[in-house]
Design a protein around this ligand. Structure first.
Ligand code: SF4
Ligand code: SF4
Length: 472
């Protein structure tokens, strides 16, 4: 029985409802009148239901598909402007007791080197990340109660926030660790995490159980209900994601939006972010073994449809994707990307080339952060190192209501320009700095309020003189 408000995974992600949705979408994929109606609703920028969005995803009328793309770009522009928030993953440990078939860290992989960072290792990694210019991290760790207990994660978070090196500081730590208890989520909240991110991998229960044959993660309901427990534990911002390629993409797409609707219906606030990874090669993992891979074109359509369906939810893409794909999806809806990433434990302080034998996935985008920043600016985007909302307590429903009223824009652009200025002063190459300074001057004109623009100009001068950490 489908019930978005239910606390039970099988009810808020109802298999029958997804099958009905897919049948409905198939039946209407050429229904011009209905598609026009859905597009008209989407133009109100209030989002779409999983059924409506599934019709757009299935749509086979080329002109309507182009309209979806245009609308996605318009929404991206309206809600996120030219800003792209930058972050980096930090792998703490690849010890893992689970048996996920698509991940090289699965417990049966006996030849992958297992590593866990000590607090000193973490300090070195974080200093390396700070020296690149990063301010926002996503912590990653396998599930292993002996090697990576929650106390280890909490201690690591404390260590990271405490490191002050030159002008560097990690100002927001997001956490991507295994599903846990309300009590543990409460401790993560107390440790000051930003978003708690947990990928569902697949919403298809039967496939989920086949892909997770062993370990605590094999419990579909416990995993799927984790975001609820996180919110009950006081974490305001949670992130969803599926690993596209494991199951039929249309199934995952409907499941993902149903999960977002469930959070909105239950807690009054939808997911803070949605990540869109695709299965990719790694030690012991051959993506062709998963027969649900999607083309770049379909991947882009998925991003566009998510953007249209949940305008207020940030969308994240990682270095799994090539620069070419990243460029396209940045225009269609992605609002956060990683740069200069290493996906192995200790990867930021290893000698080049990276010891890839312990990486969770192979990187398609191997450029440095400086190269990514410069590339973004050359395309007209503003790389933003902003972490202001979390630090000002603008999280959860407070954040969402500011988003929905459009007021958040008064903060985002000024913060993006000021944090970019910090980056240019402290970390950028000469060439990048030159492009960035020009971009900042040009973008200042886009701050609508004269008073705010004046304050930003003043603060940019102060940053030039050595002061740091201004925010709205
Ligand atoms: S996906 Fe996560 S839980 Fe699964 S094997 Fe990899 S690290 Fe472990
Ligand atoms: S002001 Fe808030 S929403 Fe805008 S970029 Fe900064 S952290 Fe994100």
């Amino acid at each position: 029985m489908y019930n978005p408000k239910s606390k039970k995974a099988e009810e808020f992600i109802s298999h029958e409802e997804i099958l009905d949705t897919l049948a409905y979408a198939d039946a209407h994929k050429c229904d011009e009148a209905l598609i026009d109606e859905i597009l008209a609703k989407a133009r109100e920028f209030k989002g779409l239901s999983h059924r409506e969005a599934s019709v757009l995803l299935a749509c086979e009328i080329p002109e309507k598909n182009q309209e979806v793309e245009r609308l996605a770009k318009e929404i991206k522009e309206k809600f996120y402007g030219d800003r792209i928030v930058m972050f980096a993953p930090l792998y703490l440990s690849n010890y893992c007791v689970n048996g996920c078939l698509y991940c090289p860290y699965h417990a049966k992989n006996k030849h992958i080197p297992r590593k866990k960072l000590s607090q000193d290792d973490i300090r070195r990694e974080v200093i390396a990340l700070q020296d690149m210019g990063h301010k926002r991290l996503a912590l990653e760790a396998g599930e292993d109660p002996v090697h990576n207990p929650l106390e280890y994660i909490l201690e690591s978070i404390r260590t990271i926030y405490d490191i002050k090196h030159k002008n560097g500081a990690i100002r927001r730590v997001n956490v991507n660790i295994a599903a846990t208890t309300v009590e543990n989520y409460r401790k993560l909240k107390e440790a000051g995490i930003g978003t708690y991110i947990l990928f569902q991998e697949t919403y298809h229960k039967e496939s989920y159980e086949r892909l997770h044959p062993t370990g605590p993660k094999s419990n579909y309901a416990y995993h799927t209900e984790a975001h609820d427990r996180a919110m009950e534990g006081g974490i305001d911002d949670v992130g969803l994601g599926v690993l596209f390629g494991l199951e039929l993409y249309r199934y995952e797409f409907a499941g993902l939006l149903m999960h977002a609707e469930h959070l909105e219906a239950t807690f009054g606030v939808g997911p803070h972010t949605i990540s869109v990874p695709r299965v990719c090669p790694a030690d012991d993992i051959d993506p062709t073994e998963f027969d649900n891979g999607i083309s770049d074109e379909m991947f882009q359509k998925i991003v566009a449809c998510i953007r249209v369906a949940v305008p207020y939810t940030g969308m994240i893409i990682s270095t799994r994707e090539s620069p070419k794909v990243r460029e396209k999806v940045l225009q269609l809806g992605v609002s956060q990307i990683s740069g200069g990433s290493r996906t192995s434990v200790g990867g930021y302080t290893e000698e080049e080339p990276e010891d890839e034998s312990s990486a969770q996935f192979d990187l398609s985008d191997r450029r440095t952060l400086d190269e990514v920043v410069s590339w973004l600016m050359e395309m007209g985007f503003i790389p933003s190192f902003c972490t202001a909302c979390y630090r000002e307590g603008r999280t959860g429903d407070r954040f969402m209501s500011l988003c929905k009223s459009g007021q958040i824009h008064n903060c985002c652009l000024p913060n993006a320009l000021m944090t970019l200025k910090e980056y240019l002063m402290d970390y950028a190459s000469e060439e990048t700095r030159k492009i960035g300074e020009e971009l900042i001057q040009k973008q200042l004109a886009n701050i609508p309020k004269d008073k705010v623009r004046e304050v930003v100009e003043e603060r940019l001068m102060k940053i030039q003189e050595g002061e740091r950490d201004f925010r709205f």
